[in-house]
Structure formats: C-alpha cells, structure tokens
Ligand binder design. Structure first.
Ligand code: UDX
Ligand code: ADP
Length: 464
C-alpha cells in the first residue's frame, strides 16, 4: 500500500511520520508546494519543533517516509491521499473573520481530480467546516475521469507539544465515511492502517458529517472550558478565592474531570479560535443565531481575559508604561512548541506597545524574526528587544510578564533577577506557574490569574 499526504505542516508532517514509523510495510510520501518546508523536512532542522519528532522522522525517512514537492506524482502512485493543507479563517468577503477559507482544499481536490487515473481513498485531515467532503466529492465528480473516489473524514486531535504521544497513543481515532458498501470498505481500509498500533476499540467510525462536526465540537468544548475557568478567575480575584483551588475542587468530580481547567492569560493556537468561529459561522448559516451567540461568548471571554491582564499591568505600573521596559517571558502559544499562531502573547504585547512600552522578549524556541513579524514591527523599530535569556529580558525592567508556561522559568534565580530590576519589581504570572509566596518573600509584587491580589488583607464576606 502507498499513502501520500498533501501538506507538510504541523499536522501532516508528524502524523505521516508516525504512520511511516508504525507501518514499515507502507510507503508514505509527504508533499507540499512549499519547497523550503520540504527542504527543512529533509534536513536536520525540521520545520516543526515537537518533542520526540526528530527520532520518529530519522527512524523512517529515506526508508518508507519521503518528503518532496512532487505533488502530482505522489497522488498518482498512492492508494490513500491525505489532505492536510491549511484552512485559515477567511479574511475577505462573505464570512470574513469567521468562515474557513477553503481555497487550498479546493485546489487540492482539483489536482487530485486531474491526476488520479484509478479510484483513490481521499482523507480529509485538515479541520474543515461540516459538509466539506461534499465539496471535494463534487469537484472530483465534475472534473475527474469518471472514477469512484471515496472521501473520508479523519480529523486529527493531536495537540502541539504532545503530538508524538497523542499520535502513538491516541484517545481515539475517528473515521467518517459514506453510508454504503464502498464507503464502509474505504473506512475499513483506513482503520486497518491505524489498527497496526491503535487498539480497535479506540477506532470510532461514523458517518461523514458526524466526523467532520465532531472535530469542531471537540475543540469548541475544550476552548469553552478554558473560557469558563478564566471567567471564574476574575471572580476569584474579586472574592479572595483561588482559581487553582476551585479548579482542583471541581475537577475531582468525575463528571467534570480535571483537564483543561488551568486558568491563563487566554488560549491560543491555530485551532481553538478558528474552530469556534467556524462553528458560530455554521450556526448562523443554518439559521441558528442563538446557538451561534452562545459559542461566540467563548471567544469574547478569551479576548476580555487578555485585555484584563494588560489592564492590570497598566494599573499596577501607575497607569503608564510609556517608555518603561517590560520583560516578556514566553511568546509561543504554549510551552514545548515554537508555534505562535493566535498566541495570547501577541495581543498582550501589541496592547503594551500601543501604550508605548519598551518590550524585552524572551522565548526559548520562537525566533526573533517570528516575534517581529507577529508584532508587525517595522525594520527600524526600537521598541522591542529580543533577548536570549529570561534574565536578560528582566534586566532593568519594571515588570516581568509570564505569558508561556515554559518549565525553565521555574528554575530562574529570582533573587538575582529581583536585584537587577527596577523597583518596585512586579511579576505578573499569566500562567500561574511560579511560587508566588516565595516571590513575595524575595521582594516582588506579584499578580497572578485568579489569585488574591493582596493576600495579606482579608476580604469582606457577603454576609458581613
Ligand atoms: C488543540 C486541541 O487540544 C487538539 O486536540 C486539536 O487537535 C488542536 O487544538 P493545541 O492548540 O495544540 O491543541 O493546544 P492545547 O493544548 O489544546 O492548548 C490550546 C491553548 O489553550 C493554549 O494556548 C494553552 O495554553 C491553553 N490552555 C490549555 C489553557 O489556557 N488552559 C488549559 O487548561 C489548557
Ligand atoms: P496545519 O497546522 O493544518 O498542518 P500548516 O499551515 O502548518 O497547517 O500546513 C499546511 C501546509 O499545506 C503548508 O505547508 C502549505 O504549503 C501546504 N499547502 C497548501 N496548499 C497546498 C497545495 N495546493 N498543494 C500542496 N501543499 C499545499
């Protein structure tokens, strides 16, 4: 059997590397129009930073895993074609800022239609709106050679930073197909690939539309949990409750569960916002404005949490950060990734720059060029310094803002850092990862998400 994957991005690259590593009898070709990206996949410096990925790639590359720009040839020779191209939020026309832009999916469908000379199993991996399979089927029917291709939906649930673990031991594999004999056969063929290493009971098969919708709904539910706990974080700060204690208390209820209850400066990443927006757009499209408004709040709360965080910084620094150096620790949307897409750090930094702060930014994995591009800085900009250590970013700063939960921030010598900061030295923990009591003893003024801003003073109770 031969498999190819169109799109060598965050999803396509690691997923195919895992299939190749687990199925040595299957040849896997990963193809992309972007020749730089392909060159990187063929080099020592992979384009995606993911713990454990290097090992998996080097295990299979050159044996049964190949990266190239030969899109048509790969389609021609494969039995299963994964489509893993980007589906960003549309920035123009109808559905702008909400709907998914399906340009790349359509382009790929057209290429497959023109190239395939025998029936293929085409697998949607990209996150797409419900009924996209229909679009692909229509293009194939109208442009192809009259062949009966099968379109399957097989959404990817891997999270960045833990992609290799998620791929090698997934909670479930979801495969949706058409409800007829050919559809069932295609689903079984794909299920057979995964069954090489995933227990059968974890392979869920559904109809096409359930599978497509489940991906959006899974991400919307996860994002909703974060917005819910973030909304409570504001109430905790007002009442003297501690959001981590509340999360632990409710998380032990097995019906609620303990995961995804970590309050933060806001969620980021390429999926959550995009998928929730996509869901709200779909609801509007299908005449369900109330459902759309309900999910819209998940995004609104996330935006508010970022603004709320910046406002607290501003307020603490005597309502002005103009000309003040602020240390930013972490720029990636979460730890263990170099990905900055929708990172809350972007919004917070832009707000501080609008207030004319001088930023000193350090992230262990994100490049200076990426940070500058995300902040839209002109080449001659002097408002941002990119630092090579957490200590350097804190040096002579009025405040340090923890925006990504990198483990190394816990190992910093805070006494030394405090000594080299402007006074009063402020620390804003946007991820609740530091020992706040110890920091206060060291001399820092500390603000953290969902924590009592002045723990020494007791709050008045409701009944007083
Ligand atoms: C997510 C989904 O988890 C994954 O299943 C899907 O395939 C793609 O989208 P990812 O975006 O890689 O994965 O990261 P995730 O770990 O879900 O975190 C998303 C954002 O939420 C990050 O900014 C993270 O810091 C934040 N987060 C997560 C919180 O603020 N609190 C939490 O409790 C969990
Ligand atoms: P994801 O996070 O969904 O994997 P990425 O943006 O990381 O998204 O990767 C998507 C990849 O798809 C990019 O490398 C892009 O060059 C590639 N791509 C987009 N359109 C096409 C196309 N028509 N043919 C081949 N590759 C494509």
């Amino acid at each position: 059997m031969r498999i190819c994957c169109i799109g060598a991005g965050y999803v396509g690259g690691p997923t195919m590397a895992m299939i190749a590593a687990k199925c040595p009898h299957v040849r896997v070709d990963v193809v992309d129009l972007n020749s730089e990206r392909i060159a990187a996949w063929n080099s020592k410096d992979l384009p995606v930073y993911e713990p454990g990925l290097d090992d998996i790639v080097s295990q299979a590359r050159g044996k049964n895993l190949f990266f190239s720009t030969e899109v048509r040839q790969a389609i021609h020779e494969s039995d299963i074609v994964f489509v893993s191209v980007n589906t960003p939020t549309k920035t123009y026309g109808i559905g702008a800022d909400r709907a998914a832009d399906l340009r790349h999916v359509e382009a790929v469908a057209r290429t497959i239609a023109e190239t395939a000379d025998r029936p293929k199993i085409i697998v949607e991996k990209s996150t797409i709106p419900v009924r996209t399979a229909e679009v692909i089927q229509t293009i194939l029917k109208n442009n192809g050679m009259g062949l009966n291709h099968q379109v399957l939906s097989n959404p990817e649930f891997l999270a960045e930073g833990t992609a290799i673990r998620d791929l090698s031991s997934p909670d479930r594999i979801l495969i949706g197909g058409e409800a007829n004999d050919e559809g069932h056969r295609a689903v079984e063929t794909l299920a057979g690939v995964y069954a090489t290493w995933v227990p059968r009971e974890r392979i869920i098969t559904t109809n096409l539309w359930s599978s497509e919708l489940s991906k959006l709904v899974a991400n919307a539910f996860l994002a909703q949990r974060i917005s819910s706990i973030n909304s409570i974080s504001a109430l905790c700060e007002a009442t003297g409750a501690d959001v981590d204690e509340v999360a632990r208390a409710i998380g032990t209820d097995s019906r609620i569960g303990s995961k995804f209850l970590k309050a933060s400066v806001g969620f980021g990443g390429s999926c959550f916002q995009k998928d929730v927006l996509n869901l709200t757009y779909l609801c509007g499209h299908f005449g369900l404005p109330e459902v759309s408004a309900y999910w819209e709040q998940v995004i609104q709360m996330n935006e508010w949490q970022k603004r709320r965080f910046t406002s607290q910084v501003l307020k603490a620094l005597f309502n002005t950060v103009c000309g003040k150096r602020i240390g930013i620790w972490g720029f990636a949307f979460k730890k263990d990734t170099n990905d900055t897409r929708e990172s809350p750090a972007i919004g917070v930094c832009r707000q501080l720059l609008a207030e004319r702060a001088k930023l000193a930014i350090y992230d262990p994995k994100v490049s200076a060029a990426q940070i500058r591009a995300d902040l839209g800085l002109p080449p001659n900009d002097t408002s941002v310094e990119i630092c090579t250590s957490a200590e350097a970013a804190a040096d002579q700063s009025h405040a340090v803002l923890v925006l990504t939960e990198w483990d190394e921030f816990r190992e910093v010598d805070f006494t030394a850092v405090h000594a080299r900061m402007m006074k009063p030295a402020w620390l804003f923990d946007g991820r609740n990862v530091l020992d706040h009591e110890l920091l206060r003893q060291t001399g820092f003024r500390v603000r953290a998400i969902g924590k009592d801003p002045s723990p020494s003073t007791s709050h008045s109770s409701w009944t007083a």
